[in-house]
Design a protein around this ligand. Structure first.
Ligand SMILES: Cc1cc2nc3c(=O)[nH]c(=O)nc-3n(C[C@H](O)[C@H](O)[C@H](O)COP(=O)(O)O)c2cc1C
Length: 197
């Protein structure tokens, strides 16, 4: 299966990217996995005037997303919201690239937050992208204390719980990815309905 992990932080070095690396390592053992880090390589805000370099980057990304079977969407909570860079990602890629593809939502907080970006993305990012979020999601709270390469920096209890929960969620995502291939191939022609209602 081909997975894409979208890192929704706008920071070049982010906790979200740290989680993406841990997930990629797990998925990469049996699958291909691309990381699209919106902080390391920002997309232009949708203004209908992209540069040639932007257009090339967007075209490459569209191809990677078209070829993918499933996604992980990582959203840090910023002022109770998903970052603008992540909403901008969905503005660029709501033309079929993500359609009827399963996706695991992962929220990130340095404290006790993380619920808001899950609610926001579940309610507002799927209409035209037609991305299919799993009923299972992850909220990684106190993110600085888990998934660090230096295990001495990890909170033992949280690390153990979240690590097992992550493996479970990625297993569910993989089963969805395999079976959504036949769903996509059996779908009726949607050309009359390019956008959701
Ligand atoms: C602009 C900004 C706003 C933030 N707002 C919240 C918030 O509303 N709730 C919360 O739990 N954490 C908030 N945080 C802290 C993030 O949870 C923390 O930075 C975490 O590491 C995830 O972000 P990252 O992936 O960009 O590193 C905020 C961080 C930033 C930079």
């Amino acid at each position: 299966m081909k997975f894409v992990i979208v890192v929704g932080s706008q920071q070049a070095q982010s906790q979200s990217a740290k989680l993406a690396a841990a997930m990629s390592e797990r998925l990469g053992a049996d699958h291909t996995c691309d990381i699209v880090d919106l902080g390391k390589r920002p997309l232009p805000f949708l203004d209908f005037k992209p540069t040639d370099a932007d257009q090339q980057h967007l075209a490459q990304l569209a191809q990677t997303l078209n070829d993918s079977d499933a996604l992980v969407v990582i959203a840090p909570e910023w002022h109770g919201m998903a970052p603008a860079a992540l909403k901008n990602f969905f503005l660029h890629f709501s033309g079929g690239q993500l359609a009827h593809k399963p996706a695991l939502l992962v929220a990130v907080s340095s404290g006790d937050g993380g619920a808001y970006p899950i609610a926001e993305l579940r309610s507002s990012s799927y209409k035209n992208s037609r991305i299919c979020y799993l009923p299972e999601h992850l909220i990684v709270r106190h993110v600085e204390s888990v998934f660090n390469l230096d295990d001495s920096k990890n909170d033992e209890r949280s690390q153990s719980y979240l690590s097992e929960r992550l493996d479970y969620a990625l297993s569910v995502l993989t089963v969805y990815a395999e079976n959504f291939q036949s769903i996509r191939s059996a779908l009726p022609d949607a050309s009359a309905y390019p956008n959701g209602m």
